[in-house]
Design a protein around this ligand. Structure first.
Ligand code: PLP
Length: 232
């Protein structure tokens, strides 16, 4: 199942070029997050060798195992999957970003557990923008109150919003969700002028997301090939 070295190097170069071109068209800097869930540590090491720093994982234990195996302090780890309360301590101790904050209860747990020697944990509020079936993410109406609570936590740094729009064959439906997220982001920025991150767009639609306002895209299969099992 390992992508060979040549393939991943070419995938990486191609995806980077597409991200840079879309970012230039949009007139904005965009960060590429490499989503390495289900991939072995060797695949992460491969991309790191080409200069990729930021990696996204859905499962805490899977990520901690890779961190131990890689032992590379230069890498930046983002949790992009749902966070259970009983994992908050490990996330605060071992991750650089949490992209899936969706409830007030987690804030105090994370704040208390963030080690004093580390910079504050970067936090994105996950918004359930259009997927009524999904249980992840707060409602658009809850963003302001949740952001205000994050602001009271000295060991957390509010950076912006994240969304996973419902998969839709019709790109116009996704565009509607991305445009809505951009508006919610701008609204939040009126109260919190220093937020800088709108995380949206995956392998299928990252160029559209960038055109609509993304500052970070989360790309897995376009970099590493199709996953054996679909994990969302
Ligand atoms: C898996 C995943 C991605 C990447 O999906 P691809 O379609 O493989 O690019 C991005 N964001 C989240 C939250 C994911 O779970």
């Amino acid at each position: 199942m390992h992508a060979c070295f040549m393939d991943s190097s070419e995938n990486y170069r191609a995806v980077r070029e597409r991200v840079v071109a879309a970012a230039q068209r949009a007139g904005r800097e965009v960060t590429l997050l490499a989503v390495s869930k289900t991939r072995p540590a060797a695949s992460v090491r491969g991309l790191a060798a080409f200069g990729q720093r930021a990696f996204g994982e859905n499962y805490v234990q899977e990520c901690l195992a890779k961190q131990r195996e890689l032992a590379d302090p230069g890498l930046e780890w983002h949790l992009i999957g749902p966070l259970q309360s009983n994992k908050a301590r490990e996330v605060a101790a071992h991750f650089d970003w949490l992209q899936s904050l969706d409830r007030v209860k987690l804030v105090a747990l994370l704040d208390r557990a963030r080690p004093p020697g580390r910079t504050p944990l970067n936090v994105l509020i996950q918004v359930n923008v259009d997927d009524e079936a999904s249980k992840s993410g707060c409602t658009p109406e809850q963003i302001g109150a949740l952001a205000a609570v994050v602001r009271t936590a000295p060991r957390l740094a509010l950076r912006g919003l994240m969304a996973i729009p419902a998969p839709a064959a019709d790109p116009r439906r996704r565009e509607t969700a991305f445009v809505r997220m951009r508006a919610l982001f701008e609204e939040l920025r009126r109260d919190h002028a220093d937020i800088d991150t709108l995380s949206m767009g995956m392998s299928e639609d990252f160029e559209l997301a960038i055109a609509c306002g993304a500052t970070m895209v989360r790309v897995g299969s376009a970099l590493f090939g199709a996953r054996a099992t679909t994990v969302r």
